[in-house]
Design a protein around this ligand. Structure first.
Ligand SMILES: [Zn+2]
Ligand SMILES: [Zn+2]
Length: 316
């Protein structure tokens, strides 16, 4: 008995590439392969299966009204069909999935269907997928990894600005939404990972943190325009206070003991600028939240806190 195989995956797992490789192997061995895709999926042109690695092939674009069993049976009557390959099975109808099982059972031709099991809401993608899970007799997960390195089993949909889409239309092929495959904990968390976040930022979205002194721009960590990685400190008056995100000033207070230099601007200041002023000897660290015994500047006779120098040497 021929089998109905369901090769399922998340997005960008190389599903189409694997399908095209299987097709190539059949053809190389003299087989006759019928390749179907959904007429709904027109991302790479109607009637085409293409993969991100560059290979592509013509495919029959199946509409919801068509009977795939009849099409295969007609072709099989002309000359023997070795295998039937189907891409984007999640866009087909449950009836067509039953027809696929009929191809295996009554024509004795193996059917390999490829598709997405889950949608971005964490539910089965479509009634066709429910039917496929009920009828297929071979299951194969095409593996890919989350940004954390764990196996990716879920799909996150996000807007161009990086916000996560948790409702609405999921049976779409193009559209404004972007998709990323992640592990289940990161799906629950809505964490698209550092590379996708950077791409969102590079595209001009997301909150920007600007160093007022050197005008460098950084992507905000929590959407706060004063807090980024490597830029999470603020100069107000003659002191600089650092926050989470700064690699040099987190939890620290610095002071321009001898007046604020002309090239230091009030407001957000980045770690590189703080480092520059420290190297020039203009800036002194007066306290740190992380010190066991945070030194407090005490007024000495000359008006300059007498523990400044000592603290500076210890820390830098
Ligand atoms: Zn993860
Ligand atoms: Zn700067």
């Amino acid at each position: 008995m021929a089998k109905l195989h369901f090769n399922y995956s998340v997005m960008n797992a190389g599903k189409s590439a694997q399908l095209l490789l299987v097709r190539h192997n059949y053809i190389e061995n003299g087989g006759k392969v019928l390749l179907f895709t959904s007429a709904k999926d027109d991302r790479s042109g109607v009637g085409k299966v293409s993969s991100r690695v560059g290979i592509e092939a013509e495919a029959y674009p199946l509409t919801p009204e068509e009977n795939i069993f009849d099409i295969v049976q007609d072709s099989h009557a002309e000359s023997d069909v070795t295998a039937v390959l189907i891409d984007e099975v999640q866009f087909m109808t449950p009836e067509q999935v039953v027809q696929m099982s009929d191809i295996a059972d009554y024509l004795d031709i193996p059917v390999m269907a490829y598709g997405l099991k889950n949608n971005s809401l964490g539910k089965l993608f479509s009634p066709a997928i429910e039917e496929m899970l009920a009828l297929a007799n071979e299951f194969n997960l095409i593996k890919t990894v989350c940004h954390c390195g764990s196996k990716a089993t879920m799909i996150l949909k996000y807007n161009p600005d990086g916000s996560i889409v948790r409702s609405g239309e999921v049976v779409e092929t193009g559209g404004e939404g972007r998709y990323i495959s992640v592990c289940r904990p990161h799906w629950k968390e809505g964490n698209i990972g550092p590379r996708a976040r950077q791409a969102v930022f590079d595209a001009g979205y997301g909150t920007r943190v600007v160093c007022q002194t050197c005008e460098s721009v950084f992507p905000a960590i929590f959407g706060d325009p004063e807090q980024a990685g490597d830029c999470a400190a603020k100069l107000s008056g003659k002191s600089i206070e650092g926050y989470y995100g700064s690699t040099i000033a987190d939890g620290c207070v610095f002071e321009f003991a001898n007046g604020v230099p002309a090239d230091a601007k009030q407001g957000v200041i980045c770690d590189a600028c703080i480092r520059k002023f420290l190297e020039r000897g203009k800036l002194l660290r007066v306290s740190s939240f992380f010190d066991n015994d945070p030194p407090r500047p005490e007024e000495a006779d000359d008006g300059v806190p007498d523990n400044l120098e000592q603290v500076t040497e210890k820390a830098w």
